[in-house]
Design a protein around this ligand. Structure first.
Ligand SMILES: *Cc1c(COP(=O)(O)O)cnc(C)c1O
Length: 232
């Protein structure tokens, strides 16, 4: 099988998993979007996923992403999601080269991304990251700090706050996997307002997408289940 065939097959398998989980959750299948996480994957793999119909791609490392984007300018309808750690000295390029940022958790980063969003582009879509496993190594704000961060970000003209994101510690069993996802949904329900409904819950990866969808994920971020092992 060619790379194209393999990735198309994996992509289909992921779509089938999403469909089955949505069905189990009693949710419409089109309520769950798929971001293909192409970090540490070559441009050829992105092209293969694109040919399989994938349009939203997630990248974690800015320089790597910019290099690949420069080789993919012919694919004009790709939607780029920055899902990595944000560094202050990288915000200008993130604001210029991405459509979405997941994992926003710092008011200063938010202000910079807003100010640096190029004139004439629609506001940058952002998801605020919440740390629900209490691990200091993971990014995200504590649940208690979400309210003030949300107020701050909503006031920034260059940003459009779309929802919440979380990246829990990996776990084996579904009940444990579901706990932080449920907490994220409950936070969303608590902070949603008519003019900022926080309709996006960005949660779920290759190993826990079912648990995330059962708890209301609207965007799952899937890497290895589509592309296989990463180069790095
Ligand atoms: C790498 C990564 C993913 C994808 O992980 P897989 O286990 O390969 O599906 C999702 N979200 C974030 C934030 C990541 O860094």
């Amino acid at each position: 099988m060619t790379l194209d065939d393999i990735i198309a097959q994996h992509h289909n398998q992921v779509l089938a998993r999403i469909q089955a989980a949505a069905k189990r959750a009693g949710r419409p299948v089109d309520a769950v979007g798929l971001i293909a996480v192409s970090k540490q994957q070559p441009v050829a793999a992105i092209r293969a996923a694109y040919r399989a119909g994938q349009r939203a791609f997630g990248e974690s490392y800015l320089q790597e992403a910019l290099t690949k984007q420069a080789q993919l300018t012919d694919l004009t309808d790709i939607e780029w999601h920055f899902i990595g750690r944000i560094q202050s000295n990288k915000t200008r390029q993130i604001a210029a080269h991405f459509d979405w940022v997941h994992g926003l958790a710092d008011p200063g980063h938010a202000r910079r991304l807003s100010e640096q969003r190029p004139v004439g582009r629609s506001p940058l879509n952002v998801c605020l990251q919440v740390n629900l496993s209490g691990e200091t190594t993971k990014g995200g704000v504590a649940p208690e700090a979400l309210g003030p961060l949300l107020e701050h970000c909503r006031a920034l003209p260059g940003l459009c706050v779309r929802g919440l994101m979380t990246l829990p510690a990996p776990s084996e069993d579904e009940a444990t996997q579901r706990r932080p996802f449920r907490q994220l949904r409950e936070l969303r329900d608590r902070f949603a307002t008519p003019d900022c409904p926080l309709e996006v819950l960005s949660m779920g990866m290759s190993d826990d997408l079912e648990a995330a969808i059962l708890e209301g994920a609207t965007l799952v971020r899937i890497g290895s289940a589509i592309f296989g092992a990463r180069l790095g």
